[in-house]
Design a protein around this ligand. Structure first.
Ligand code: IMP
Ligand code: MG
Length: 185
C-alpha cells in the first residue's frame, strides 16, 4: 500500500515506525528467540486480532520447530482507553501443558490483558510463559507486567497500523502511525 493512500490521511504525517524498521526489528527479535528456545517445546500464541501481522512475520523469523495457537480477548470496543475488564472471546484449540509458551502481542499499554492471560495460562500447566510485544507503552501501565522481548518502546499516543486498529479500522496499514486526535475526539 502506497503512502498516498486513503488511510494515511487519518494518521500524523510523520510515521511513528515504518515497515522497514518493523521488518529489521522483527529479524533481530527472531534471531534472539531462536537462540533462547533451542531444544524447547515452543508454542507461539497469537492474541487476536491485533497481533496477526506481527505474528505472521515473527514466526517466520524463528528458526525452530514450533506450534501455533490463537486466543482472543475483549478489546476496547470503540474507545481508546482500556475498560480494565478482560474477557476470553476465543480460547486455545490445544493443550499447553508442558509447553514453552511465547505470547506474541501487538502492544502492551495498561498490562491488564496480559497479566490476566499469564495467570490463566500458568494454571494450565505451561512449562514457561514469556511475552514478545512489538510495541510497549510503559507510561500506561496499571499493573506490574514486563515483556521479555520488546520491539519498540513508544510514548502514550494512540497508534494504528500493522494489525493495530481504531474501531476495527486501519489494521491493514503497513506502517505504524499516530491516529490524528480529530478522528476519535
Ligand atoms: P492493555 O491491557 O491495556 O495492556 O491493552 C492491550 C491491548 O489494548 C492491545 O492488545 C491492543 O489491542 C489495545 N491497545 C492499547 N493501546 C493501543 C493503541 O495505541 N492502538 C491500538 N490498540 C491499542
Ligand atoms: Mg491486542
Amino acid at each position: 500500500m502506497d503512502k498516498t493512500s486513503r488511510l494515511y490521511q487519518d494518521i500524523e504525517p510523520e510515521l511513528l515506525i515504518t515497515r522497514e524498521q518493523i521488518a529489521a526489528r522483527v529479524k533481530e527479535l527472531g534471531a534472539q528467540i531462536t537462540k533462547d528456545y533451542e531444544g524447547r517445546k515452543l508454542t507461539c500464541l497469537s492474541i487476536l486480532k491485533g497481533s496477526i501481522l506481527f505474528f505472521a512475520d515473527m514466526i517466520r523469523e524463528i528458526d525452530l520447530p514450533l506450534t501455533i495457537d490463537f486466543m482472543q480477548t475483549s478489546s476496547y470496543g470503540e474507545d481508546t482507553k482500556s475498560s480494565g475488564v478482560v474477557r476470553i472471546l476465543k480460547d486455545l484449540d490445544h493443550s499447553i501443558a508442558r509447553r514453552d509458551v511465547l505470547i506474541i502481542e501487538d502492544i502492551i499499554d495498561s498490562g491488564l490483558t496480559l497479566s490476566y492471560l499469564k495467570r490463566v495460562l500458568a494454571d494450565r500447566g505451561a512449562s514457561s510463559i514469556k511475552i514478545v510485544t512489538l510495541l510497549d507503552k510503559p507510561e500506561g501501565r496499571r499493573v506490574e507486567l514486563n515483556a521479555e522481548y520488546v520491539g519498540f518502546e513508544i510514548p502514550k499516543a494512540f497508534v494504528v497500523g500493522y494489525g493495530l486498529d481504531y474501531a476495527e479500522v486501519y489494521r491493514n496499514l503497513p506502517d505504524i502511525g499516530i491516529l490524528k486526535p480529530c478522528i476519535y475526539e
